[in-house]
Write a protein that binds this ligand. Structure first.
Ligand code: SF4
Length: 394
């Protein structure tokens, strides 16, 4: 029972009545000391949509390269590509069998397909593939990733390439291609859907301070708009807890909500979920920042659920939140625990050498059940997956 003395009583009434919240409502939710009412409201909306069901996916992340032409300040993943010697055109530090001393790498198509095959053998239904903006790899490499995985593991859904990678492919293709043409080629090759990465915070000030040079909001929305027009589903993200204010977070959410209104009304596909990403300072140029607290994480996940009334799902990506916080968030508006993941190199909460980030299906199901939830395996598009008897990583 929500207490009437809460400073959120009027917002609670709007949520109960199914009314859309305003920017000012969002600000008050961020500033209110009444965190219990916030959590209860987010849970109410989540249960209205999904009951006690909590979704998870059996998947595998594949990061094909960490070489990147950009230097986003919040990023601990990228490595500079070894420079060519201008005298003879050789690449002295080019990765070889011994590896690049900087920790840079690029995977061959064979290595990528082998990782996908291993995932499929362990019951995965999805591979999630992203990487840096490699200065040398041709567009054909990315088409080949999709084609070869499709050929070797037709049962796997390929969710791949963030908006900035899609734009990069259009620039390196010969001849150059539009965003729409890149997406059409990738879909022909086997692409199933797009992840939501690269959105960060849609704000020019934050962009200049934390990820200057990276595609801004217009480029990000251009890619997702084209995808939705083509019938390709995607996710959305918000990387929070670095140099942005809560007002900037709320404006970011408002832009996503506006796009989703258009997509659900006029396009052939839309965002499946919002993935609020908790900034991990370790190893980045912004390492001096403290990063979000646990309460900020919970508050932000709950506010995403309440503000994004037209998003079907809110995901807690546990490698960035920690499995413990992701578990608690299932009673704070979150309905999707993401997946088994297995390997994740983009963010390492525990520091270098911790790219192996895996939860088994049994662990995920136990974490969900402890919250009073009902675990349901889903595929990449949130369709239920029939239980199997396979074990291994599941
Ligand atoms: S966030 Fe992406 S684009 Fe920016 S430096 Fe890292 S890998 Fe490159």
């Amino acid at each position: 029972m929500l207490v009437s003395t809460s400073d959120l009583a009027d917002i609670a009434e709007k949520v109960r009545a199914g009314q859309r919240l305003t920017f000012e409502d969002g600000l008050r939710l961020y500033r209110s000391p009444d965190i219990h009412t916030l959590g209860e409201l987010a849970s109410l909306v989540r249960e209205r949509l999904h009951g006690r069901t909590s979704y998870y996916v059996v998947n595998r992340h594949i990061n094909y390269t960490n070489y990147c032409v950009l230097r986003c300040r919040f990023c601990s993943f990228y490595r500079a590509y070894p420079r060519e010697d201008p005298k003879d055109g050789a690449c002295p530090g080019e990765p070889d069998a011994a590896g690049d001393p900087s920790g840079g790498y690029e995977l061959s198509i064979e290595q990528i397909v082998e990782q996908a095959r291993q995932a499929a053998d362990r019951g995965a239904t999805e591979v999630h593939i992203v990487g840096g903006l490699h200065p040398k790899l041709p567009f054909e490499y990315y088409l080949d990733i999709c084609r070869q995985i499709r050929r070797a593991c037709p049962q796997l859904h390929i969710k791949a390439f963030t908006a900035i990678e899609i734009i990069h492919f259009g620039r390196i293709a010969k001849p150059r291609l539009t965003v729409r043409e890149v997406l059409e080629r990738l879909r022909e090759a086997g692409l199933g859907s797009l992840p939501g990465g690269g959105a960060e915070i849609f704000d020019d000030r934050v962009h200049d301070e934390a990820f200057r040079g990276k595609v801004g909001q217009q480029g990000w929305f251009d890619v997702h708009r084209a995808a939705h027009e083509l019938g390709i589903f995607s996710n959305a993200t918000m990387l929070y807890g670095h140099v942005e204010t809560v007002e900037e977070r709320l404006r970011h959410l408002a832009k996503l909500r506006e796009h989703q209104d258009w997509a659900t009304g006029s396009a052939a596909a839309h965002f499946n979920c919002i993935v609020p990403l908790s900034f991990v300072p370790l190893g980045s140029d912004l390492a001096a920042l403290p990063g979000p607290t646990g309460l900020d994480d919970l508050r932000t996940l709950a506010i995403c659920r309440l503000m994004l009334d037209n998003f079907p799902h809110v995901k807690a990506f546990w490698p960035m939140h920690s499995p413990k916080l992701a578990q608690v968030s299932l009673n704070w508006g979150v309905d999707d625990f993401d997946g088994t993941v297995a390997y994740y190199d983009v963010t390492r909460r525990e520091g270098d050498g911790t790219t192996r980030q895996e939860l088994t299906v049994d662990q995920i199901r136990r974490l969900i059940r402890e919250t009073g939830g009902v675990p349901l395996e889903r595929d990449a598009l949130y369709r239920p997956v029939a239980p199997t008897n396979s074990s291994g990583g599941r």
